[in-house]
Design a binder for this molecule. Structure first.
Ligand code: SF4
Length: 287
């Protein structure tokens, strides 16, 4: 391995919790600490796509609920991704209190979908169909929405959709969004397009692309089930720089960095700072 003074480790400024995730975390912890009368507190699905953070919440008594029961005493937290309106109603009918931690940036997309649905538009969402944020947006679009994530899926859309409104999953990859919008515009020239990639995601993707071009190796830290972290790894790989996607420092294989004089580190919006710090410490410890 190069000596300490020869090797540089550069951590992307935008790595780690985005403001929406930090807000959700703070909100849930504040609620659990200050409203014991509404306990116990559950998140509906993991609060964020990061196993280490979910474990930390569990230690504080906040557990994950996979299904909404018919009756529940306690509080259910709605995650940053939001929830389809029908599922929100099910929580209300269960008797549980709701703590809504939907990210305001996602709330803007939901509002755009709802508003344009009312004006008679068909909604096209560019994103991953199985992602909770997209599932919620499809719920807001009622039966007048579709999700696309490839050129083939754009081609498969009916040509008779009437007025079309296009939005994006907040963590969509910029290039992919631009390409699919171009194809959608060819099919529906009058469509309205809303670039709803959230500013935090845009900055993070831009930064990883720049950083990957300057270093010998990149480490991308985050949950394997985190959509935005997967995209960061894809962007870094596309630059041609060797890229290592890990969840924790324990997965680092130090031999992989034997020839690297400069190592870049970035992390998804749901990666806690303590997980990133351990990765940096482990790489430094090998100097
Ligand atoms: S990635 Fe963007 S939309 Fe998603 S929680 Fe963070 S700030 Fe909100």
């Amino acid at each position: 391995m190069p000596k300490a003074k020869e090797r540089r480790i550069i951590v992307a400024k935008s790595s780690g919790f985005c403001w929406g995730v930090r807000r959700a975390f703070d909100k849930v912890l504040e609620f659990a600490n200050n409203h014991p009368e509404h306990g116990p507190v559950y998140t509906y699905g993991p609060l964020i796509h990061n196993p280490q953070a979910v474990e930390m919440l569990k230690e504080k008594g906040i557990s994950v609920l996979e299904e909404i029961p018919p009756e529940l005493k306690g509080t259910i937290v709605i995650r940053t991704h939001g929830l389809p309106p029908n599922e929100r109603k099910r929580i209300e009918s269960s008797g549980a209190t709701i703590c809504d931690a939907t990210c305001p940036d996602v709330g803007v997309i939901q509002g755009t979908v709802r508003g344009h649905l009312r004006k008679g538009y068909f909604i096209i969402i560019i994103g991953h169909r199985e992602h909770p944020e997209v599932m919620a947006l499809l719920g807001f679009a009622e039966k007048r929405g579709a999700c696309v994530n490839s050129a083939d899926e754009v081609k498969a859309l009916s040509s008779n959709l009437g007025k079309v409104c296009v939005v994006s999953q907040s963590t969509q990859q910029r290039d992919k969004f631009d390409n699919l919008v171009r194809l959608i515009r060819e099919r529906y020239p009058e469509c309205l397009v809303f670039d709803t990639i959230c500013p935090s995601t845009g900055t993070r993707q831009h930064e990883v692309s720049e950083l990957a071009g300057k270093v010998d190796a990149m480490v991308v830290v985050g949950g394997r089930n985190s959509s935005n972290t997967n995209r960061l790894a894809e962007i870094s790989k596309e630059s041609g720089t060797p890229t290592f996607f890990i969840e924790t420092d324990e997965e680092l294989n130090i031999e992989d960095f034997a020839d690297a004089e400069t190592i870049g580190i970035t992390a998804g919006a749901s990666t806690p700072s303590w997980v990133i710090d351990r990765v940096v410490a482990r790489l430094r410890a090998q100097d």
